[in-house]
Design a protein around this ligand. Structure first.
Ligand SMILES: *Cc1c(COP(=O)(O)O)cnc(C)c1O
Length: 378
């Protein structure tokens, strides 16, 4: 059996920065400041610098980040929040958890992302916020979306868990980092994300000082002054060990995203002409940082290809096999905001290939050859 190819290679990535990571972790242990303290402050400041003019509030994970964002906004039970039907469950779960109504809208088949039109059609007098998800590493088309949302006074909470480091270009040529264009941006530092720690972690960013303050309060038991609780909050914090790891890895984020883009280019140039398979589309308005490299395989051959790859020692993943309106948990809790046929089709067609910063050309050649063989013989 040939060497197996991993979906992600966190160990290989660690070995290249081992000296810096080990000493950063040792410093935290020596200081014995495990919660808050300089490691968290330094990382928050460096992330704010990286993103531009924004406040950064760290928290325990990406799901908490989304929940805290909604808690910080002025929302009430029954208010509607628009979210794509094709996404990771966390984007919509927090809406329902807070007693708000998720309104599910369809996505664009080329980008997997929500369009301004789909959002505009789903807006009602009860709509208060929209959660665009920059899925798989590419920005939603934010300019028309922001136009609609500003026009209707809707909050925009960007789910940036998969696209940290991507740039969106507006029609006048200026660019912005994903997550910094809406009211609040949310990130996950789950180990396999583009900027991942060695456990759980998350962050929110906002240019609005008052929202930053409310997020901090919500994440810290609703207190501004210790033991004085103004609102019902929760306990969600990034610990110092994770912040120390992230501070080292943030310095490599652009280089990591460049490596992902290079691997994606290699896949697309080898697979782009195969009939029955569609490679990811890069839109002119966004850099794509390839959290996932996701193919579309039509004609009910996706599962066959997945099995074929597995038989040749190559992993692949289906992100996501069920759109949210087909999930048991959301029955009766969400509103369908339009036709969702693209979300349904994508759930049947998508297949993500191994994609990470350490992917070697010879590994990619094996994956590519195995896919070519499949389409020759099926
Ligand atoms: C990973 C992810 C989250 C949640 O992040 P956790 O840190 O796992 O809680 C939310 N939204 C999207 C799109 C994600 O990919």
């Amino acid at each position: 059996m040939e060497n197996s190819i991993p979906m992600v290679d966190l160990h290989g990535q660690y070995l290249k920065i081992k000296a810096d990571i080990d000493s950063a972790l040792q410093q935290v242990i020596d200081s014995s400041v495990f919660i808050g303290g300089p490691a968290v402050q330094d990382f928050s400041a460096h992330l704010a610098d990286y993103l531009g003019d924004t406040h950064v509030v760290t928290c325990a994970n990406g799901t908490d980040a989304l929940q805290l964002a909604l808690m910080a906004l002025d929302l009430h039970r029954g208010d509607e929040v628009i979210v794509p039907a094709f996404t990771y469950v966390a984007s919509a779960e927090v809406i329902a958890l807070l007693g708000l109504t998720p309104v599910l809208v369809d996505v664009d088949p080329a980008t997997f992302n929500v369009s301004a039109d789909a959002v505009a059609e789903a807006i009602t007098p009860r709509t208060r916020a929209v959660i665009p998800v920059h899925l798989f590493g590419q920005s939603c088309d934010m300019e028309p979306l922001l136009y609609h949302c500003n026009d209707r006074h809707l909050y925009v909470v960007e789910d940036n868990a998969q696209a940290i480091g991507a740039d969106y270009t507006f029609s006048d040529g200026h660019t912005a980092k994903t997550g910094t264009m809406g009211t609040i941006g949310c990130t996950s530092f789950f180990p396999s994300k583009n900027l991942g720690c060695y456990g759980d972690g998350g962050a929110l960013y906002t240019a609005d000082t008052a929202f930053a303050e409310r997020i901090r309060m919500a994440a810290n038991h609703g207190q501004r002054v210790k033991y004085h609780h103004d609102i019902i909050g929760c306990n969600s914090r990034l610990d110092a060990m994770q912040a120390a790891v992230l501070d080292v890895k943030l310095r490599h984020l652009d280089e990591y995203n460049t490596a992902r883009r290079a691997a994606a280019r290699r896949y697309t140039s080898a697979l782009g002409d195969i009939d029955g398979l569609v490679c990811p589309t890069e839109m002119p308005f966004s850099t794509h940082v390839y959290h996932q490299y996701t193919l579309r395989i039509a004609d009910h051959r996706r599962d066959q290809l997945k099995d074929w790859l597995a038989g040749h020692g190559i992993p692949s993943m289906i992100y996501y096999p069920l759109p949210l309106h087909r999930q048991a948990a959301f029955q009766g809790l969400c509103r369908i905001g339009g036709d969702l046929t693209t979300a349904e089709r994508l759930a049947d067609e998508v297949l993500s290939l191994p994609m990470h910063t350490e992917l070697a050309p010879d590994q990619q050649d094996r994956i590519i050859d195995t896919i070519i063989q499949f389409f020759k013989t099926h």
